[in-house]
Design a protein around this ligand. Structure first.
Ligand code: R5P
Length: 287
């Protein structure tokens, strides 16, 4: 079953797994409330519910309504396929009184589904999904797919992670692309205010810089890294993102700063160049 906006990804997944897609009707009433109808017969079905959570606040209620309807109509098991899983970054009370939304969102999803599969959730202070999810939450990794794309499209690359958190996937991408890697240092002062410092990059000066990040939201992290790389004498970087959120003007600004800007289809976006349905299909087929 595909929630609105996820039909193409669900169709690719269904094709690979030779499954049917359960028809879901959904619309908004004039007052903004959601109408949801599951037209097919789901009694006894083990359902994969595809909903990437790039816009979680309006998406969540509709997703919960669809899951509860499926359950009431007799679905035997509901697995959420959320290529992008939202609310992973507020993983601590940074200031007194703040909501720790990573935990609350995990609790809400855990009530509606029996299991969850996602790709590269932003695990930082939470070391595993089991710390916050009460249901089995399986994590897939896009690094091999990113490495393949880089290997096929970028000559003589050096893989660059913009901050310490990126070290985990940058090393894997670099190994897969048979390239060296470097991790920069980042300090964040606000949603759109980051400062990055470059180490000595002289040994890699003749290579094509490839900036790899899990999430691009405001784009400020990659923009600042790209600016510093140009200042250090590199060509405009290739930018590769797992989750292309691209808030506001981020896509336009980054397109101007990068020689190429690509992403996975964890979130549908014109920059998508790396398909993840085979990764999900492979993992689900092995279950
Ligand atoms: C956080 O540390 C992540 O890995 C990304 O670097 C971050 O979410 C990017 O955010 P923005 O595009 O807003 O700089």
């Amino acid at each position: 079953m595909a929630l609105p906006g996820n039909e193409a990804f669900a169709a690719r997944l269904a094709r690979s797994l030779e499954l049917e897609v359960a028809p879901l009707e959904s619309r908004r009433f004039p007052d903004g409330e959601s109408y949801v109808r599951l037209a097919g017969d789901v009694a006894g079905a083990e359902m994969l519910v595809v909903c990437t959570l790039a816009d979680p606040d309006p998406q969540f209620l509709r997703l919960a309504y669809a899951a509860r309807t499926a359950r009431e109509l007799g679905a035997a098991r509901l697995t959420l396929i959320a290529p992008y899983l939202a609310y992973m970054r507020q993983d601590k009370r940074f200031h007194p009184g703040e909501a720790v939304t990573s935990r609350y969102f995990a609790d809400l999803l855990s009530r509606e589904f029996d299991a969850l599969v996602t790709v590269d959730p932003h695990l930082h202070r939470h070391k595993s999904m089991a710390e916050i999810y009460a249901i089995p939450a399986r994590v897939l990794h896009a690094a091999p797919a990113l490495a393949r794309w880089i290997g096929q499209h970028v000559p003589h690359p050096v893989i660059i992670g913009p901050d310490a958190e990126s070290e985990q996937w940058v090393a894997e991408v670099a190994a897969g692309a048979n390239a060296p890697s470097v991790v920069l240092r980042k300090e964040r002062f606000g949603d759109r205010d980051v400062r990055i410092s470059l180490p000595d990059l002289t040994p890699w000066r003749d290579r094509t810089p490839v900036l790899v990040d899990d999430i691009v939201s405001s784009g400020r992290t990659l923009l600042e890294a790209a600016r510093l790389l140009r200042g250090a004498g590199f060509a405009a970087p290739v930018c590769v993102a797992v989750h292309p959120l691209f808030a506001d003007d981020a896509f336009a600004l980054l397109q101007a700063a990068a020689q190429r800007l690509v992403s996975t289809d964890a979130i549908a976006h014109p920059s998508n160049a790396i398909g993840l349905a085979p990764l999900f299909a492979h993992a689900l087929a092995a279950d």
